[in-house]
Design a protein around this ligand. Structure first.
Ligand code: SF4
Length: 103
């Protein structure tokens, strides 16, 4: 049985844990690092203007994450999830070779 003293000692940790997992207080997922091996393989850049046009010939002006089929960020958001990078966010202005025109 938990004593009153033990209960009082647990409260700060329990409160912190609850806040960490509550959606309203949860931190945004981390941004994809351009140096991440998966990002490098896909030619991901946080700014489409820096896409390696010599290496990725499919890049065309106007392509970026915002207008990509795989982008799941909210309209107007600076960043959002991409189905290729689970648990992370990509820049809405980003680009990678898997870009596919949003339907
Ligand atoms: Fe951006 Fe689309 Fe590449 Fe994901 S798949 S990083 S949304 S261009």
């Amino acid at each position: 049985m938990t004593s009153r003293r033990q209960f009082i000692q647990i409260i700060p940790f329990a409160s912190t844990a609850l806040l960490a997992y509550h959606p309203a207080f949860a931190a945004d997922p981390p941004m994809v690092d351009e140096k991440d091996p998966q990002a490098v393989a896909l030619g991901y850049v946080a700014d489409a203007a820096r896409a390696d046009k010599a290496k990725f010939k499919t890049y065309a002006e106007g392509q970026n994450c915002t207008v990509c089929q795989l982008y799941q960020g909210k309209a107007g958001a600076a960043a959002g999830p991409c189905t290729l990078f689970a648990g992370k966010q990509v820049s809405s202005k980003g680009w990678c070779v898997a870009w596919a025109k949003k339907a």
